[in-house]
Design a protein around this ligand. Structure first.
Ligand code: AMP
Length: 399
């Protein structure tokens, strides 16, 4: 059993860093509450034990001072609903203001206090020690459940941990699950291990691909980034997305993969379009011979079949980035088919982890999120973990 699960929070004031950085529409309705939902089991466990919970989070990118559009006040009602309406939810409009300390000192077990946006203080992102110490005074125990910000050395995500004794700082249930699943893939992957990479740019994924070259057996490359790899080999890709300045690098990655015996799979065919639009005229083409005036916006039928075959033989799968411009219905088929293949391989016993904003959006869109082994809540944090970096939010608790 983990530290968190074993801990008895009765009578404790528990300061929990959560990632409530949810998207809001113009009327402040939450358009995707997954990040809030994901941390509810952590909060419930503390409340059920008889502890009180002081929640701290950031929301959006305020410029270092209060801005109503980034106020966490907009989340109070929904938090109250998610917790089941018997829980008292208080709000403090300054995360280190007098009202926050007073409320925290008077809270009874089973109550929740949500603090105003941490990033209304520039000290949060600066990792300011004095600010972290002020926050630390709000609780007896510190729980980090914000995997989405674990790659940041901010005051509330990492620096604050030094103000709590060992045994009084720990991961929450979400963070534990994220770390366990990410570690399983990086250090205990059952073979064959296949990484599926997609999305727009090679430049965002270089470190990731390099690190995976030492771990994966197969790397499937789809999405816009595939055309840089084709062009690097002297192929004609029409008007497809290409990062000209990354052509030498793409070639180096292909050579390194060959030397290490890692198989790289590029899409042999594509759905090509005469414009970047859902109204475009489309046809199928070999990906390595796309006529001028046309661009590859999705992987084609042959690529789907090739990729599916590799995925179905895999025992460990990670997936980051869509296979095409899946936001447009005309270019969704590739991403959908790959999501289905990952789900089918999972049903056969493979371990699959989907992470990174757009692939998570894709499995949700196709209703397959519950048919993969784990859907990560951490975009940037997960990428940095897979790049082999030490995440400050994890190190602060573990070290
Ligand atoms: P990323 O954030 O790098 O994972 O990229 C995700 C974005 O890549 C999505 O918005 C997709 O529409 C886009 N994308 C995927 N395939 C292509 C493609 N063939 N051409 C242009 N953009 C693409």
């Amino acid at each position: 059993m983990s530290t968190f699960s074993n801990y008895d929070f009765k009578g404790k004031k528990v300061l929990v860093r959560v990632d409530f950085n949810v998207p809001l529409d113009k009327l402040y309705n939450i358009t995707d509450d997954n990040r809030m939902r994901a941390t509810i089991p952590t909060i419930q466990k503390i409340l059920n034990d008889g502890g009180s919970v002081i929640l701290m989070s950031h929301l959006g990118r305020p410029k270092g001072g209060p801005e109503d559009k980034y106020s966490l006040r907009h989340l109070v009602k929904h938090l109250y609903e998610l917790l089941g309406s018997n829980t008292h939810v208080f709000f403090a409009d300054d995360c280190i203001g007098e009202q926050a300390y007073l409320t925290s000192s008077m809270m009874k077990g089973g109550e929740v206090l949500l603090l105003e946006n941490l990033r209304f203080y520039k000290e949060e992102e600066a990792g300011d020690e004095a600010f972290a110490q002020k926050l630390s005074k709000l609780g007896d125990v510190y729980v980090n459940d914000a995997f989405g910000t674990a790659h940041r050395a901010h005051a509330s995500t990492a620096v604050i941990a030094q103000f709590f004794e060992p045994g009084k700082k720990m991961f929450g249930l979400l963070m534990e699950a994220e770390v366990t699943n990410a570690e399983k893939v990086m250090h205990n992957a059952e073979k064959p291990f296949t990484a599926i990479m997609g999305g727009a740019k090679v430049s965002d994924k270089i470190l990731l691909i390099e690190n995976l070259l030492s771990r994966a057996d197969n790397i499937i490359i789809g999405g816009g980034m595939a055309y840089t790899f084709w062009k690097a080999q002297g192929k004609i890709v029409g008007n497809s997305l290409v990062e000209e300045d990354r052509l030498p690098l793409a070639l180096t990655l292909l050579e390194k993969a060959k030397a290490k015996g890692v198989k790289i799979y590029l899409p042999m065919d594509s759905t090509i379009a005469d414009q970047f639009s859902n109204d475009a005229t489309t046809t199928n083409s070999e990906s390595y011979g796309i006529p001028s005036g046309w661009m590859g916006l999705d992987i084609g039928k042959k690529a789907i079949a090739d990729f599916t075959e590799v995925i179905m033989k895999s025992r460990t799968i990670i997936w980051n980035g869509p296979m095409g411009v899946f936001e447009m219905a005309k270019f969704q088929a590739g991403t959908k088919a790959i999501a289905e293949a990952v789900a089918a391989a999972t049903a056969k016993g493979a371990f699959s982890l989907v992470g990174g904003g757009d692939s998570v959006a894709a499995v949700n869109l196709f209703g397959l999120a519950d048919q993969v082994s784990y859907v990560s809540t951490g975009g940037g944090a997960l990428l940095e973990y897979f790049e082999g970096k030490v995440l400050p939010g994890i190190a602060a608790i573990k070290d």
